[in-house]
Design a protein around this ligand. Structure first.
Ligand SMILES: Nc1ncnc2c1ncn2[C@@H]1O[C@H](COP(=O)(O)OP(=O)(O)OP(=O)(O)O)[C@@H](O)[C@H]1O
Length: 253
């Protein structure tokens, strides 16, 4: 049975000034799937990812063309509320970036911005989000200490909790484990497999083992082009394109 498409993108092109970084990307994302974006450094994975919640709007001199839709709504329409969009399409970066506040205040940050003040509602959101982010047991007795006092792996899970608290539809992750040790990385990978039940996840990764272990679909980018997009098994075991095969087998990149 065909799954629902949460995000669709057609003929996405992006220029940084005169430099064309994306050359017409066509890529759709199914609900409750993890899609990995792979490819050598500089091929445009992060640039493409940032198009999906309009993070590139913040960069001067950027021009974007193409059609990108979230649940059918035009992401680049003038009607689109960008604050709402970034709530619906949350983002986790390579370096954990907790705010210099307590764990609790980090997690409820987005909810307070929405005007939610009810302590019971906030408490409930903190517990639920930190459980989903697989860090509740480690921090439940110290919710009011600074998030910056945690290890890198714990900080990244608190940041994921902060993203989950506003109940996004889609979570964008840009190399979320590359700054972490192997145990923390595995914890986050296992958590993503759980989160897939509820969310649609788009993950940029340089880690081929990670892409093959946890993603349903894989998109291989090269020099601003989408070379191949398919089921992860197919991409890793029997890719259609020679360039994909060369990259997967470590012949470049
Ligand atoms: N703010 C920017 N201004 C100008 N050029 C940029 C900017 N950001 C990225 N680029 C260029 O766009 C191209 C794609 O970069 P991008 O960061 O999207 O690649 P990537 O595949 O995510 O790389 P990596 O795996 O190293 O993070 C590169 O040539 C890069 O130098």
């Amino acid at each position: 049975m065909a799954k629902d498409k949460v995000i669709t993108s057609a003929d996405v092109k992006l220029w940084y000034g005169d430099f064309e970084a994306l050359h017409g990307i066509n890529l759709d994302f199914n609900q409750n799937e993890i899609t990995a974006l792979i490819g050598p450094s500089g091929c445009g994975k992060s640039t493409y990812l940032r198009c999906l919640n309009r993070m590139n709007d913040l960069i001067p001199g950027v021009k974007i063309e193409g059609d990108m839709r979230l649940q059918g709504e035009d992401i680049y329409s003038s009607q689109m509320d960008v604050v709402q969009l970034r709530k619906r399409v949350g983002m986790v970066f390579q370096q954990p970036n907790p705010f210099p506040f307590s764990i609790y205040d980090n997690v409820v940050y987005g909810l307070r911005l929405q005007g939610i003040k009810d302590r019971a509602v906030l408490d409930e959101a903190v517990e639920t989000s930190l459980k989903q982010a697989a860090i509740w047991d480690e921090v439940k007795d110290k919710l009011h200490v600074s998030a910056l006092s945690l290890s890198g792996g714990q900080q990244q899970r608190v940041v994921i909790g902060r993203v989950l608290a506003v109940q996004p539809d889609v979570i964008l992750m840009d190399e979320p484990t590359s700054a972490l040790d192997p145990i923390s990385s595995t914890q986050i990978e296992n958590m993503l497999l759980e989160l897939r039940e509820q969310y649609t996840i788009i993950l940029v990764t340089h880690n081929m083992h990670q892409a093959s272990r946890i993603s349903d679909k894989t998109a291989f980018f090269l020099q601003g082009r989408l070379v191949e997009f398919d089921d992860t098994k197919k991409i890793f075991l029997n890719p259609h394109e020679q360039e994909t095969s060369d990259y997967i087998s470590g012949r470049f990149g």
